[in-house]
Design a protein around this ligand. Structure first.
Ligand code: CP
Length: 298
């Protein structure tokens, strides 16, 4: 059975720290080169800019051969199942698959395959590589996770980023608070609080995108953009209440003036674009780890 990278659930604290350290070292100039020819394919059944592009750069940086694959021109369009598409790639010799898919836990049906899978996001389930680059960014800023207070605010119910980060950060010793409109809350994740009650005391203010694509087709817009921003977004007033040492995060893409005021996206406390840069290094570290775990010579 291959070792996959599909959820934060099974990743030990030791592995998380190892990957964070490795990604920071790669950012500081260390190199990872995979000597033997290995093929990788990126299967994106949902749109992506950051995850797809940073994987493609990371793959080339470590010396992997990237096999072009576009869902829109593949036999997926003729009705081929996800399993059959992945099995085909395995049989022609692809060594690692990166998959983003709208179905939660899509990887469960791929259990019988003999090729490692890195999850680029499954529905509202998990986004482990985003979580890892978020952890790297937090660690770079604070040097620890222990004792930090992380506020995750936004469309929590529909967010795979919230699920992965909540799981990992709690395991690593952080306190995780959530803030969301009532109908986007998920009480199984933890404590929901009012943004204005905690904004001046958090170390990390992690904003999440309003996930229109996951909302019920019949759900009428519950707010105007302005109403959402005023009630649940990072306004200038709220930004000014943050601690001097606090950081502002967002996995992006950002809905400017909705989750965050347009002028704050690149403000001093914002690490939003640094997160994207870190994604390329963290994805190199993850590719290296997955290949090592599967006893494929690096
Ligand atoms: N954060 C993130 O997953 O962005 P993309 O959807 O652009 O990959």
């Amino acid at each position: 059975m291959p070792v996959h990278f599909t959820t934060m659930e099974h990743l030990s604290e030791e592995t998380v720290h190892q990957l964070v350290r490795r990604a920071i070292n790669l950012k500081n100039g260390e190199r990872c080169r995979i000597k033997h020819t290995k093929y990788v394919a990126n299967l994106f059944f949902e749109n992506s800019t950051r995850t797809k592009v940073s994987f493609e750069v990371a793959e080339r940086e470590v010396g992997l051969k990237v096999i072009p694959f576009e869902v829109s021109t593949s036999s997926v369009q003729k009705g081929e199942t996800l399993y059959d598409t992945c099995k085909t790639l395995e049989m022609v010799g692809v060594d690692v698959l990166i998959i983003r898919h709208p179905q939660n836990d899509y990887y469960v049906e791929l259990d019988g395959l003999n090729v490692p899978i890195i999850n680029g996001g499954d529905g509202s389930g998990q986004h482990p590589t985003q979580c890892m680059l978020d952890l790297m960014t937090i660690y770079e800023n604070f040097g620890t996770f222990e004792g930090l207070t992380v506020l995750i605010a936004g469309d929590i119910k529909n967010s795979r980023v919230a699920r992965s980060n909540a799981m990992a950060l709690k395991k690593l010793g952080a306190t995780v608070l959530f803030s969301a409109p009532e109908y986007w809350q998920d009480s199984t994740l933890g404590e929901f609080v009012a943004l204005d009650e905690v904004i001046d005391s958090v170390d990390v203010c992690m904003l999440l995108r309003v996930q229109h694509e996951r909302h019920d087709a019949n759900e009428i817009e519950r707010f105007s953009k302005e109403q959402y921003h005023q009630q649940y977004g990072l306004t200038l007033e709220r930004y000014n209440q943050l601690k001097d040492t606090a950081i502002v995060m967002h996995p992006a893409p950002v809905n400017r003036d909705v989750e965050i005021d347009d002028s704050l996206v690149e403000a001093d406390k914002s690490v939003i674009f640094e997160q994207m840069k870190n994604g390329m290094y963290m994805r190199q570290a993850i590719l290296e780890w997955v290949i090592n775990q599967n006893n494929q010579e690096v």
